[in-house]
Design a protein. Structure first.
Length: 456
């Protein structure tokens, strides 16, 4: 096979993340694009177990008896809460940010798509067939951090512990990289990805007004003043804080057992402990006494509102019941006195740390419907709701649905999912010419909605 590129450039790579459970078939928009990614790193190690024996200088055996240790790190620019939603965080502001991570089978897959031609942009791809894929399975979120500083664009980082990785040339038969953790067997389910998967408006709301990036000058902080004094966090003239970093490490415990080479799950051990760090220029202290911590251990709530230039919230962080961990001060010749401080806070699945923003995930999945409509001639009028004739999805007609014309029922519209027109999945922007019969099928056959409905 001829080599079509002599290197891989950043513009030729896109990163997609799957829905859960990761070992199931992933079609439609189950694969979603992570936007604004600035850097990525994948690390794989395969620990070899070696044992000696009496009577020989050689090893008795050299075996792999543990799963590969795979880690993935992604850094991206903050614009809103879209990426946070896609990696599995509860970024709606309702309950804690880790609400969903307490549940089993929340691991996901990551797909790094490499363009086939040297110098091509990944965003320009309409078809992924023939492109190289780094597919990483069973990705468990293990760390989330967000930071901002004067003179830079706010950013976030996520880290994953993963269980498998495959190197593929994508086709319609490409399999997901995940291990089915219920039995420890590699999944043979397939996944589906097209250029439409790169359009976040197909599966996320509020994308038209999503800012390209957030500015440090539009960050509003609401901080409480600790009782021990020192750095002035609140008041009419607070200290000149020029950077902050929120860090949420997520300790996980492997659930191991006989019968599988892989853990049955990686569960988070609650409560977790997060940290928030500040750096800034010190001017004058707030009076206080550190010895008061033994008699008055106060807890403090912090809010960080990262706004768009029009004043609308891009992403908002809320930290509850934080405690002072440290303060430090330093000064040198030809420089100002600066300070560093750190707070820690406990995190439960329901509270302690919240993320919010305007974006929401649209209902995922695509409808499944019988090949032939099963209605009866006893119906009358125009029917837009075909829920009773599907296998569990709510299907509507674009233009009136089934109508009675000359004593015959005539299909007069296009099948769509929950009133949402889904364009250009297989290159069809208008479904009308492909849905003029009551006997409908998909382009690839069968009854699974994975593209435009066409006449049988």
């Amino acid at each position: 096979m001829p080599v079509t590129r002599n290197r891989v450039i950043y513009a030729g790579t896109n990163v997609f993340i799957s829905d859960y459970p990761c070992w199931s078939g992933q079609t439609g928009y189950d694969l979603k694009l992570l936007k604004r990614v600035q850097s990525s790193a994948i690390s794989i190690s395969n620990p070899v177990t070696r044992a000696r024996q009496v009577g020989s200088v050689d090893f008795a055996f050299e075996k792999y008896i543990q799963q590969p240790q795979i880690s993935v790190n992604l850094d991206y620019l903050l614009s809103d809460n879209s990426n946070e939603l896609l990696v599995g965080l509860n970024a709606t502001g309702e309950d804690g940010a880790l609400k969903f991570l307490r549940d089993a089978q929340r691991d996901r897959n990551l797909f790094f798509v490499l363009t086939d031609e040297d110098g091509s942009d990944a965003d320009d791809l309409s078809s992924m067939v023939g492109n190289d894929i780094f597919a990483i399975g069973n990705c468990f979120l293990t760390n989330y951090s967000a930071s901002a500083q004067v003179g830079g664009i706010p950013s976030a980082s996520v880290s994953f512990d993963c269980l498998n990785m495959t190197f593929q040339t994508y086709s319609e038969n490409s399999q997901v990289p995940a291990i089915n953790l219920t039995n420890g067997i590699k999944s043979t389910e397939t996944y589906f990805i097209t250029g439409s998967s790169s359009d976040t408006s197909n599966y996320l709301t509020n994308q038209a007004s999503r800012p390209y990036a957030l500015r440090p000058g539009d960050i509003v902080m609401q901080l409480e003043q600790p009782i021990m004094g020192g750095i002035r966090y609140s008041g009419p003239v607070p200290a000149s804080i020029n950077s902050f970093e929120i860090n949420i490490p997520m300790e996980r415990k492997d659930l191991l057992g006989f019968g599988s080479n892989y853990p049955y799950d990686k569960r988070i051990i609650f409560p977790l402990v997060g940290t928030i760090s500040f750096n800034g220029i010190f001017d004058e202290p707030v009076t206080g006494d550190f010895s008061n911590i033994f008699t008055d251990e106060n807890e403090y709530d912090f809010v960080f509102n990262l706004k768009n230039c029009d004043g609308a919230t891009g992403i908002r962080y809320e930290i509850q019941k934080a405690r002072v961990e440290s303060q430090s001060f330093d000064i040198s010749v030809d420089n100002y006195m600066s300070f560093q401080s750190q707070f820690s806070f406990k995190i439960f699945d329901t509270d302690g740390f919240r993320i919010s923003g305007a974006a929401r995930i649209q209902e995922s999945g695509f409808a499944t419907i019988y090949d032939v409509w099963t209605g009866s001639a006893s119906l009358s009028g125009a029917y837009d709701d075909f829920e009773s004739y599907s296998t569990g999805a709510n299907l509507n007609a674009l233009d009136g649905g089934w109508t009675l014309v000359d004593q015959n029922w005539t299909w007069n519209g296009a099948w769509i999912y929950k009133d949402q027109y889904v364009p250009d999945i297989y290159g069809y922007d208008s479904f009308d010419s492909y849905s003029t019969s009551s006997s409908l099928d998909t382009q690839n056959g069968g009854t699974d909605w994975s593209g435009a409905w066409v006449v049988n």
